[in-house]
Design a protein around this ligand. Structure first.
Ligand code: ARG
Length: 310
């Protein structure tokens, strides 16, 4: 392939406080995977959105790998099951998504967070390479599920960490990708080359918002909702130069307001985010709030519990 250019986007525009250092993983002339042929937007009009979820049959808090997790504050597993069912019901009945299920492996207490399985584009899945050994045990289970469902699985190189849709979100055909806390920036070049998409690399600076999907979600191809405090100054410049933005306040960002699932005019949010709800409703969105308190204890909410199967 040749280089992918989006001439109308000024990815490296210098601005106050920002340097013009490499803020994107530039697409290079590697062999790209064949394009799936349908953009996510086009697909969403043609057929229902498909998601991958994992019912919490073995969900537990057994280790601490992010600041939200404390062995002194473990989830109530029955309540977690009820909250997961409520999310599943909203997604399947109120939003009309088609949800596929992967069984939870007993030795993988965090496997419910399917957003971290990989990044799906057409029949390809860019499989995760988890940073923490505690989650690396999930990889073979997700790989097996994808392979048995006809996906072509690609893995990053051994030393290159990547945590799937937790750190990589499409806004139209542009991939927004987080790095430093869980995924490495080398994964961005791999994604850009393999998928032949432009990638905007965004550095995460606060351990509480350790995945991109904890602090940003694309609302449309040209609008993102985000919490600026989670990003380094240059990432904020890159976001502002490329998108219309809706800022989330810290109070709601701490309740994972940015961990939302957007499907057409529907936005599924964790409970306790009235300001963002009002903002979205004023723009005509239908907001569904789901109490996911037991998953917040592990550092996850609505988006973390779902993976787009595009
Ligand atoms: N306990 C999990 C971890 O720390 C939570 C993952 C949340 N997933 C997400 N996409 N943000 O890895």
């Amino acid at each position: 392939m040749t280089q992918t250019h989006l001439p109308h986007l000024n990815l490296l525009a210098p601005a106050a406080g920002g340097s013009a250092s490499a803020a994107i993983a530039e697409p290079t002339s590697a062999t790209a995977l064949p394009h799936p042929g349908t953009t996510p937007e086009a697909a969403s009009h043609a057929q229902p959105t498909r998601l991958l979820m994992c019912a919490p049959t073995a969900y537990a808090l057994k280790y601490e790998i992010n600041p939200w997790m404390s062995l002194q504050n473990t989830p109530d597993v029955d309540l977690a099951a009820a909250q997961w069912q409520a999310l599943y019901r909203v997604l399947t009945e109120e939003v009309s998504a088609v949800v596929e299920l992967v069984p939870q492996a007993p030795e993988c207490p965090d496997m419910v967070f399917t957003a971290n399985a990989g990044l799906v584009r057409g029949r390809y899945v860019m499989l995760s390479n988890f940073r923490h050994p505690q989650r690396q045990v999930e990889e073979p289970h997700f790989r097996a599920w994808f392979e048995s469902h006809g996906y072509k699985v690609q893995s990053p190189s051994v030393g290159c960490k990547f945590e799937g849709e937790g750190d990589a979100l499409f806004a139209g055909d542009m991939l927004l990708a987080g790095y430093l806390k869980r995924s490495d920036i080398c994964a961005h070049r791999w994604l850009s080359e393999m998928l032949a998409v432009p990638v905007l690399s965004l550095e995460l600076i606060d351990d509480r918002w350790y995945h991109l999907d904890t602090c940003l979600f694309p609302l449309t191809p040209d609008t993102v909702v985000y919490y600026p405090g989670a990003f380094d100054p240059y990432a904020r410049v890159v976001i502002a130069n490329n998108f219309h933005t809706i800022e989330v306040c810290q109070e709601e960002a701490l309740r994972f307001a940015c961990n939302a699932v957007v499907i057409g005019a529907h936005v599924v949010l964790p409970a306790g985010c009235p300001q963002l709800t009002q903002e979205l409703e004023s723009r005509g969105y239908i907001v569904h709030s789901v109490n996911l308190s037991e998953f917040l204890k592990a550092g996850g909410a609505a988006k973390c519990l779902t993976l787009f199967l595009r």
